[in-house]
Design a binder for this molecule. Structure first.
Ligand SMILES: Nc1nc2c(ncn2[C@@H]2O[C@H](COP(=O)(O)OP(=O)(O)OP(=O)(O)O)[C@@H](O)[C@H]2O)c(=O)[nH]1
Ligand SMILES: [Mg+2]
Length: 270
C-alpha cells in the first residue's frame, strides 16, 4: 500500500510553499516523502522534485507549436498526462516501493477540480496502483475577510470533494497575513446560523432561500471545516506537524504505530 496527498487549490493559494514546508518538516523528523511536480508551468522549486510532468510534456512547446495561450496550453498538457497514465505514470511509479509516500503539487487552474476529469482519472489510476489518496485543498486566508468570498471558496472546495470522492482536508493558508483575529474565530468553526445571517445581510433579499440551501449543503458535507497553516513562523495550531497528522489519519498512514501504543497499554495492564 502506498500513500499520497493530492495538493490542490486556487492559483497562488500556497500549494508549492506547503509542499516545501512539508518536505522540510519530514527531513527534520527523518521521514521520507517524495514531492511530485504536476504543474507544467512551474519553474522554481524549493523542494527536490521526485517526478516531474515537464519530463513528459513542455508547456512552452505546446504553446509554441499549437499556438495556445498559457491556460489553454496547461489544459492541453494535463489532458496529455491523462492519456499517458498507463505508460508514463505507471513507469514512474515503479520507482517507488509499496509503502512510499508521494505528495503531488498540482497546478492552480480551478477547472482541474471543477469539471475537467483529468484529476479524477489521475487519482483513480493511483488507487488502482494501491495508493491511499487524500485531497489537501488550500484556500488563501484572504477568503475569510468577507463572508461571500468565504462561501465561494468553500463551494469550490466542495466541488473538488464531490468530483474526486476522496478523503479531503481543507487548509486555510497564509494565516500570518490575518490581522483581525476575530475573523479567524468567525470562520474557523463557524456557527452556521451566524454565517447565514451575515450572508443574508450582504445579499439581496431574493437570495435568502438559496443562501440557506448553500449553508445547509456546506454543513452537511463538512465543507466549512479548515485546519490553519502559516508558513512564516511557528504557531502550534498552524503547525505542519498537526496538519500532517490529520492527513495521515485520513489515509491510515502509520497504523503500525497505533498498534504499538496498544501493546504498550496491554503491558502496563499486565
Ligand atoms: N505571507 C505568506 N505568504 C505565503 C504563504 N504561503 C505562500 N505564500 C506566498 O504566496 C505566493 C504563492 O505561493 P505558492 O506556494 O507559489 O502558491 P501556489 O498555490 O503553488 O501557486 P500556483 O502553483 O501558481 O497556483 C508566494 O509568493 C508565496 O511566498 C504563507 O503562509 N504566508
Ligand atoms: Mg505552485
Amino acid at each position: 500500500m502506498g500513500y499520497a496527498q493530492l495538493v490542490i487549490g486556487p492559483a497562488g493559494s500556497g500549494k508549492s510553499t506547503y509542499c516545501s514546508s512539508l518536505y522540510q518538516h519530514c527531513e527534520t523528523t527523518r521521514r521520507t516523502i517524495h514531492i511530485v511536480n504536476l504543474d507544467p508551468a512551474a519553474e522554481n522549486f524549493d523542494y527536490p522534485v521526485a517526478m516531474d510532468i515537464r519530463e513528459l510534456i513542455s508547456l512552452d512547446d505546446v504553446m509554441e507549436e499549437l499556438g495556445l495561450g498559457p491556460n489553454g496550453g496547461l489544459m492541453y498538457c494535463m489532458e496529455h498526462l491523462e492519456e499517458n497514465l498507463d505508460d508514463w505514470l505507471t513507469e514512474e511509479l515503479e520507482n517507488y516501493l509499496d509503502d512510499d509516500y508521494l505528495v503531488f503539487d498540482c497546478p492552480g487552474q480551478i477547472e482541474l477540480f471543477s469539471h475537467v476529469p483529468v484529476l479524477k482519472n489521475f487519482v483513480e489510476h493511483l488507487r488502482r496502483k494501491n495508493f491511499n489518496v487524500c485531497v489537501v485543498y488550500l484556500l488563501d486566508s484572504q477568503f475569510i475577510t468577507d463572508v461571500t468570498k468565504f462561501i465561494s471558496g468553500c463551494m469550490a472546495s466542495l466541488s473538488a470533494m464531490v468530483q474526486l470522492e476522496l478523503p479531503h482536508v481543507n487548509i486555510l493558508s497564509k494565516m500570518d497575513l490575518v490581522t483581525n483575529k476575530k475573523e479567524v474565530e468567525n470562520y474557523l468553526n463557524p456557527e452556521p446560523q451566524l454565517l447565514l445571517a451575515e450572508l443574508n445581510q450582504r445579499m439581496a433579499p431574493q437570495f435568502q432561500k438559496l443562501n440557506k440551501s448553500l449553508i445547509e449543503v456546506l454543513v452537511e458535507r463538512h465543507a466549512l471545516c479548515y485546519v490553519l497553516f502559516n508558513d512564516q513562523y511557528s504557531l502550534s495550531f498552524c503547525s505542519i506537524q498537526y496538519i500532517l497528522s490529520q492527513i495521515d489519519n485520513c489515509i491510515q498512514y502509520g497504523e503500525d504505530a497505533d498498534v504499538k501504543v496498544k501493546d504498550f497499554d496491554q503491558d502496563e495492564e499486565d
